[in-house]
Design a protein around this ligand. Structure first.
Ligand code: ATP
Length: 309
């Protein structure tokens, strides 16, 4: 049985359909990412799965039980870990005190020192929470999420506000948990994070799932065009190239193709034959972010975004 099973989930706030007929499964042991722009309905979904929010319709099972049933919630909360978007602990405690206190809520918690080590707070273990930096507080959030040794971990934007090194530490931690068999439901706005961690993703837009699949195949990404770029060698004319490029900008040459193997073969064969270097040679597909923005009809250009409103 999947860790999370969602069928035709609905939740409205007044006239606003925050979650509108959402169906998906999260398999046990996988890292599953829920993507979507601000207000798409991710947190609403996650709070329903955690048993913190009542749904209006549809079926949900989390670790085999209905999180909407009050009598299941106590059991469920000992099996799940939650990292919310904001820290919700008393700031006059030290890191160690709050972890020790929360460890007492669970039947089989992880050792406190192990958690302090895993989230990289050893040097801050006896500091008061109010003295931690924003990024250190976020690491403590993750520590509080895993102190109960959960089967299923909900991570709502776990690396927002972290510096690049701390983000990587958190990624390593998520990989470690995943390799131990923990199921992770991740919400994130960072596509590199999703690509690095998630086996599957679902994209929410305006309360509905608009695409799902692996990060490499989302929205047909693995079948889209490939761009091959390099710089034209000195003393070589564009007309000397063995195939006509799609774009030329000074010495910058670009080929857009469905068949990168043939294009690369002809170009590299030609370059080797004439002893030319193909400076800056790169082969790129559409990024996950390109696909995501197209799926959610967002644009980097605010004037274009306004056209979709
Ligand atoms: P973000 O990426 O900004 O965290 P999200 O995808 O998590 O966004 P939700 O927080 O689930 O989005 O919100 C979905 C929609 O429901 C938004 O339009 C939001 O304004 C609305 N909403 C959320 N909570 C409430 C509430 N308690 N009362 C009324 N509207 C709400």
């Amino acid at each position: 049985m999947p860790a999370i099973c969602v069928q035709h989930l609905r939740k409205a706030y007044g006239d606003l359909h925050a979650v509108d007929d959402v169906t998906f499964d999260v398999e046990r042991g996988e890292v599953f990412a829920l993507l979507g722009p601000n207000g798409a309905g991710k947190t609403t979904c996650i709070e329903i799965f955690e048993g913190f929010l009542r749904r209006d319709g549809g079926d949900v099972t989390v670790l085999g039980v209905d999180p909407g049933q009050r009598h299941e919630q106590r059991w469920l909360r000992t099996r799940i870990g939650v990292v919310l978007q904001e820290l919700a602990v008393e700031s006059f405690f030290t890191v160690r005190q709050v972890l020790e206190r929360n460890a007492g809520f669970y039947p089989a918690p992880r050792p406190v020192d192990e958690v302090i080590e895993l989230v990289g707070l050893r040097e801050k273990a006896d500091d008061k929470i109010k003295k931690l930096s924003g990024g250190q507080q976020r690491r403590l959030d993750v520590g509080l999420g895993i102190i109960g040794n959960p089967e299923l971990l909900f991570l709502d934007e776990p690396t927002t506000g972290l510096d690049p090194a701390a983000r990587r530490t958190t990624w390593e931690l998520i990989r470690t948990l995943s390799s131990e068999g923990t199921t992770v439901l991740l919400s994130s706005h960072y596509m590199d994070e999703v690509e690095a961690l998630a086996q599957r993703v679902a994209v929410l837009a305006r309360g509905q799932i608009v695409a799902s699949g692996s990060p490499t195949s989302l929205g047909g990404r693995d079948q889209g065009q490939v761009t091959v770029r390099f710089q034209l060698p000195h003393d070589v004319a564009v007309t000397d190239l063995p195939i006509a490029p799609s774009h030329v900008d000074g010495a910058n040459i670009e080929f857009n193709t469905d068949d990168e193997v043939v294009v690369l073969n002809r170009l590299t064969h030609w370059a080797l034959e004439h002893n030319f270097a193909l400076a800056g040679l790169s082969v790129t597909r559409e990024t996950l972010e390109d696909v995501y923005l197209a799926l959610t009809h967002q644009s980097a250009d605010p004037s274009e975004e306004a056209l979709h409103e």
